[in-house]
Design a protein around this ligand. Structure first.
Ligand code: SAM
Length: 227
């Protein structure tokens, strides 16, 4: 993948380990380019830095910043014996997954060290102390309903009006994939606080309504609205 920006000297998207496809990566870039003019962006779940690369390059263009949170110990399905286990990511001193070294290489090679602010932490722990308004929140950490719900609940209050709320791995039916992100996406929609924008593959995109853009009850998915 090559971006048509001043980025021809950046490492190829395809060389970074991760779970985004090219269309999703480009959409992340475009949304962050629009949002980061107003405030920093924040992602939960950096892994080896693939989404970080897309979001970070956009933030860099605006002289903004990307907070990138991950405990770097991998999700459940990255552990030995699970579907997405990668033995190259085992730290041979601890025999645990450690994606932080690879992540640092990605941001160093992409010249994003002055843009991306890595936070090595459980997202919920970090959220307890957070006070900075953000213009874009990308949720791609743990994928169980509970994990996604906790991330949504802990962070969404920091998202500015008109800011973007993004979920990776939105599968509308269980035969396509896990339902945790999709169920939280639906809860966010039911809150009335967000407008739904077109998805890109499995990237769900919501935009926080501004105060002047309160929904009419007839457009909400409520008993009152649908009667
Ligand atoms: C699906 S991967 C993220 C993929 C990445 N966004 C990409 O573009 O390749 C999920 C990541 O979330 C991290 N993670 C899972 N639960 C977390 C939590 N509670 N707090 C912080 N990071 C978490 C894992 O360590 C893992 O690296």
């Amino acid at each position: 993948m090559r971006y048509n920006m001043s980025l021809s000297d950046q490492p190829e998207f395809d060389t970074v380990k991760g779970f985004l496809d090219e269309g999703e990566g480009r959409r992340l870039y475009e949304l962050a380019l629009s949002a980061s003019k107003y405030a920093p962006c924040l992602e939960i779940g950096s892994y080896c830095g693939k989404s970080t690369l897309c979001l970070g390059l956009a933030c860099k263009e605006n002289g903004s910043a990307l907070f990138s949170i991950d405990h770097h110990r991998g999700s459940e399905d990255h552990q030995p014996g699970e579907a997405y286990f990668d033995p190259a990511l085992i730290d041979l001193n601890t025999f645990q997954i450690d994606t932080f070294q690879t992540f640092r290489q990605t941001i160093r090679k992409s010249e994003l060290e002055n843009t991306v602010i890595p936070i090595v932490s459980r997202s919920q722990t970090c959220a307890r102390y957070w006070q900075i308004p953000i213009s874009l929140l990308f949720i791609d950490g743990g994928h169980s309903f509970r994990d996604v719900f906790v991330d949504y609940q802990a962070w969404v209050g920091h998202l500015l009006p008109d800011g973007y709320l993004l979920f990776h791995d939105i599968f509308k039916t269980p035969d396509k994939g896990g339902q945790g992100p999709y169920h939280v996406y639906q809860l966010a929609m039911a809150s009335g606080l967000f407008k739904e924008l077109p998805t890109t593959n499995t990237l769900g995109v919501l935009q926080r309504r501004s105060l002047a853009d309160a929904p009419n009850v007839s457009t909400l998915n409520t008993k009152e609205g649908s009667s």
